[in-house]
Ligand binder design. Structure first.
Ligand code: ARG
Length: 452
């Protein structure tokens, strides 16, 4: 570099380089460069021969990178410099003209935008597969009764199909969030130059068209300083990873001897080196354990961007490892979750036994009194005392005699016994979005519409 007399210190190089991780941006960098060169030629800023040589050179560079035989130099600070350096070795002066009307600032922003957009599309596709799997699983277990929980205490009975569809809606929102990330990544930064624009009459719309962007950034300073789309990806990814951790955590619980509700397939479990009886749901545990990494990437980038004066600052190079780790973690977790759920088996008896716990009908008994004119709060108190009495005397609610019941209310008669004997307190949840079969049918219909 002409500006400097002394060489860079080894420690400076060590802190400054991003090559070890940003090399994975090479396809996006090369595409961006070719689109830029085509525009330069169309605007007669470089010649048609220059363009030809740049394109041929880039074919060669790409080949070397694809094959893993590209030789990096000690002076290659990042993948963008490495590619341009190699191109110039191959294409000579034409290669050296590529950087006309461009800066590494808008170049990097463009590569990262393209990358983010594509990974958001990949996340959407993987989520679509997961949604399909969850839908099918829910459909196959539409009428399997189980307890629903609050505070991890048995609360009210639901159908397993209903419980699984709760996850469908969670992941469906994630799917929508990634569609928004694609939108946030649809604006071209290239053409902003270092920060102020270029000294040439460029055609940014032409470049945008070639690269599949919907618009061009309206402000050159914002264009090179913007990493919102990465934050948006990381935010969507963090929320999605949190959702994955919740389904993972439930599968861990359900796989325990204590619950006995579910068993993952052998392909998604490990054994113990010591205890031969063990079958561990590791994949589910790791859905739980990996989620915080994705959130950490989000907080990392918020930390990096916070307080940065306009425009580009080298801090922003720290966007990449956060993004890449989140991409890799999320994509793996989505695939693993789908694979694990495809092979999971539920245990109907164990769930039904737990759902048959008469205490889960407490609200239904209270509502029985409400229908007879007892104000809900009063009914709540009556049933609370009744439950307390049953627990103290070690009796099931259905085992209480008429005489015992009359101590709490004179309105607990035949319908009370009928309610407890037919276990009909799932089918009574007829409100929209509730767990009764009719409400659930309507919900499946909505879910099907989302899948299409
Ligand atoms: N590797 C850097 C990054 O990813 C390139 C930006 C270069 N711009 C600059 N002015 N040094 O952010």
């Amino acid at each position: 570099m002409a500006r400097f007399e002394d060489p860079q210190d080894a420690l400076f190089k060590a802190i400054n380089t991003s090559l070890s991780y940003d090399r994975r941006l090479y396809p996006e960098d090369i595409e961006g460069s070719i689109a830029h060169a085509e525009m330069l030629a169309a605007k007669h800023i470089i010649t048609a021969e220059d363009l030809e040589q740049i394109k041929n050179g880039m074919v060669q560079v790409k080949k070397e990178l694809d094959a893993g035989v590209f030789v990096f130099n000690d002076d290659d600070e990042d993948i963008h410099m490495a590619i341009e350096r190699r191109l110039t070795e191959i294409a000579g002066d034409a290669g050296a003209k590529l950087h006309t009307a461009r800066s590494r600032n808008d170049q990097v922003a463009t590569a990262v935008t393209l990358f983010t957009k594509r990974r958001a599309q990949v996340a959407s596709a993987k989520l679509a597969k997961l949604l399909d799997t969850i839908y099918k699983l829910a459909d196959a277990h539409r009428d399997w009764a189980m307890p629903g929980y609050t505070h991890l205490q048995r609360a009210q009975s639901v159908y397993l199909g209903h419980h699984l569809l709760a996850y469908f809606w969670m992941f469906n929102r994630d799917h929508e969030r990634f569609a928004q990330v694609v939108e946030a990544s649809n604006t071209l930064p290239l053409g902003a130059g270092a920060l102020a624009g270029a000294n040439f009459e460029t055609d940014r719309h032409m470049v945008a068209d070639r690269l599949g962007f919907e618009s061009v950034a309206p402000n050159s300073m914002d264009a090179v300083a913007n990493r919102d789309f990465v934050l948006d990806y990381l935010s969507a990814a963090a929320t999605c990873a949190t959702h994955l951790s919740r389904i993972g955590a439930e599968i861990v619980l359900w796989s325990s001897e204590e619950f006995g509700f579910a068993e993952v397939s052998d392909g998604f479990a490990s054994g113990s080196s010591l205890m031969p009886q063990k079958k561990n749901p590791d994949a589910a545990e790791l859905l739980r354990g990996k989620a915080p990494r994705v959130l950490a990437s989000l907080t990392t980038l918020h930390g990096v961007m916070h307080g940065l004066p306009l425009t580009y600052n080298k801090d922003m190079q720290e966007d990449k490892e956060a993004l890449f780790d989140a991409v890799d973690t999320l994509e793996l977790c989505l695939d693993a979750a789908t694979g694990m759920l495809e092979g999971i088996v539920f245990h109907r008896e164990r769930m039904a036994d737990a759902a048959g716990d008469q205490m889960l009908a407490a609200v239904d008994i209270a509502d029985l009194l409400v229908r007879k004119g007892v104000p809900f709060r009063e009914a709540h108190g009556i049933v609370g005392s009744l439950v307390r009495y049953a627990v103290d005397t070690g009796k099931q609610l259905s085992e209480l005699t008429d005489a015992e019941l009359s101590k709490f209310s004179d309105q607990l008669g035949d319908d009370y016994r009928a309610l407890l004997s037919d276990g009909g307190w799932i089918e009574s949840k007829v409100s929209r979005g509730g767990t009764s079969s009719t409400s659930l049918d309507a919900q499946f219909k909505l879910a099907r519409a989302q899948l299409r």
